[in-house]
Design a binder for this molecule. Structure first.
Ligand code: GDP
Length: 444
């Protein structure tokens, strides 16, 4: 799994990593190779395209950190984008409802649904100490119910006694009732599969979901089917409110595309992956670990993370020094804006300092959202060096020039200046109080 993708990407990045400087053309060339590698791994075309666009945009606009190479930085950007594509964080089963919590398993025939049902039951019993019952609702395939009973014996998990001639909805009702009476925490409903997605199957699933009100509806798909797995998932997503996906046969030689596209295409997290025929072959899906496995460059990623932290620390120290002197020009404001953008929040600095309330209010007034931050950055970018260090120079004519240069309005330029003034006044006040040391004293 992921081996050939990993090799391909490894080749691209090994060439980038060592280079001292990277031009935009270098990045674009590398990203073209990444795109081909993703497509060869069976990643859905729109997903691969979005991924590459997003990474290119970030990589080209990025300021290069001290102590790492641009290539290393690109590796980190790709890593983060991979993690995001895989769903960012591992998502646990939701079993927060009033017991018995129902987990409904759906999927095509042969996807590994029954095996996965038993694997999850075993995991919940052994790891989470839950009292679990399984019930097979598959009345079409001969011996499907017996298959689950056998797995129940193997895993020492209770199964609902088989009553011939019942409909799936009847069986679901009976399972719930039995589970309530006997104090089970979780009921796993293994629904019938089909060879293809068909309406009868969907209707049956909906009817079962209506009577059993599941906490989880997990779709089981076979990773070996690549693009098809994603198509099946998309079909199911449109029909039933899935809560997650289980990808089976991740131990096989699938190229990994299904795993990579699943989240983007369905919007649902991969909760588990099946890693073998045995009943302990089930793992929780961890996007970070999977991205790490694909890139195989964990050392580079942590190197860049450390470098970024150092830069933030350096910037903070330089800013503290200026503040102690009561200085605050447009360059400082820009640094602050960029930091806020990185922290993804408004007033992160302002809110922490006394005397900054007004500045914060000015920011809030300007309806500061991400777009505003970007505009402000563009306005400061359109100022000359002199203007940035002496904003008092900004007369009406200059303001018009800046508004034009940054694609904003004079009104917006005025708002920016007002905010700068408030912050600068606050800085002077801090200086009067004895600079940072005075501040510290105030905080005890
Ligand atoms: P169902 O028709 O969807 O219920 O599929 P089954 O659970 O009967 O599984 C079909 C076959 O796939 C069985 O032979 C399983 O042992 C096998 N299988 C299921 N999950 C995995 C897995 O994660 N890895 C491997 N290698 N085989 C699996």
């Amino acid at each position: 799994m992921f081996d050939s993708l990993s090799d391909r990407l490894g080749g691209v990045f090994d060439r980038l990593k060592g280079r001292g400087a990277l031009s935009e053309a270098d990045v674009r060339a590398a990203m073209r190779e990444v795109r081909i590698a993703l497509l060869e791994a069976d990643v859905a075309l729109p997903v691969a395209r979005d991924f590459v666009e997003n990474v290119t945009e970030q990589a080209v606009g990025q300021q290069v950190l001290k102590s790492v190479t641009p290539g290393q930085q690109v590796v980190k950007i790709v890593n983060d984008a991979l993690v995001a594509m895989l769903g960012a964080e591992a998502v646990e089963l939701n079993l927060a409802g009033t017991p018995p919590n129902v987990i409904m398993m759906v999927g095509l025939q042969g996807s590994g649904k029954t095996t996965t049902t038993a694997k999850i039951a075993k995991r919940l019993t052994e790891k989470d100490r839950k009292k679990v019952m399984m019930a097979s609702l598959d009345v079409n395939r001969p011996a499907a119910q017996e298959q689950l009973a056998v797995l129940g014996t193997q895993t020492e998990v209770a199964t609902l006694p088989i009553v011939q001639g019942q409909t799936p909805v009847d069986i679901a009702k009976r399972a719930l009732q039995a589970a309530k009476l006997q104090g089970f925490d979780v009921v796993l409903l293994d629904t019938a599969g089909r060879l293809h997605v068909d309406q009868q199957l969907m209707n049956e699933m909906k009817a079962v979901a209506d009577v059993s009100e599941p906490e989880e509806i997990l779709l089981v798909v076979d990773a070996l089917t690549g693009q098809d797995a994603v198509n099946v998932a998309q079909n199911f997503t449109e029909q039933v409110p899935l809560s997650g996906v289980v990808l089976t046969r991740m131990d096989g030689d699938a190229r990994g595309g299904a795993a990579l596209s699943m989240r983007a295409v369905t919007g649902k997290p991969i909760k588990f992956v099946g890693t073998g025929e045995k009943l302990d072959g089930l793992e929780q899906f961890h996007p970070e670990r999977v991205a790490g496995r694909i890139l195989g460059m964990g050392d580079v990623v942590s190197l860049v993370e450390r470098a970024a932290e150092t830069v933030e620390k350096d910037e903070a120290e330089a800013f503290a020094k200026k503040m102690a002197k009561g200085q605050f020009d447009m360059n400082d404001l820009r640094t602050q804006l960029q930091q806020m953008q990185r922290m993804g929040g408004l007033g992160a600095l302002a809110g922490m300092l006394p005397g900054m309330k007004k500045a914060q209010a000015a920011m809030a007034q300007s309806n500061m959202d991400d777009k505003v931050l970007v505009h402000m950055d563009a306005m400061i970018g359109s100022m000359t060096r002199e203007e940035r260090s002496k904003p008092a120079l900004l007369n009406a004519k200059r303001k018009i020039r800046i508004a034009k240069g940054s694609g904003t309005t004079v009104q917006e330029v005025n708002k920016l200046l007002k905010m700068h003034k408030e912050m600068s006044t606050a800085m002077k006040r801090i200086k009067k109080m004895g600079g940072l040391k005075g501040l510290m004293k105030m905080f005890g």
